[in-house]
Design a protein around this ligand. Structure first.
Ligand SMILES: [Zn+2]
Length: 67
């Protein structure tokens, strides 16, 4: 799915392994949504910001990509 925030990236489904939290995030700008129906509609969170708020390292290694 095309990211309308950066207009360069692809929004992909993933699970944050340590939280078992499903997310959709852009592989370019790292905009993050928690529900598929919110992607490109609701305001996005940044992956880095969300991970920091959970005291987790904001690395792609923390994700299990579902695509
Ligand atoms: Zn993007």
């Amino acid at each position: 799915m095309w990211c309308q925030i950066c207009e360069q990236g692809n929004v992909i489904p993933a699970v944050i392994k340590q939280l078992k939290q499903k997310v959709w995030l852009c592989d370019e700008c790292e905009a993050t949504w928690f529900r598929l129906e919110d992607v490109n509609k609701e305001k996005a969170l940044l992956y880095v910001t969300y991970m920091k708020s959970k005291n987790l390292p904001p690395l792609w290694d923390e994700l299990e990509l579902l695509d």
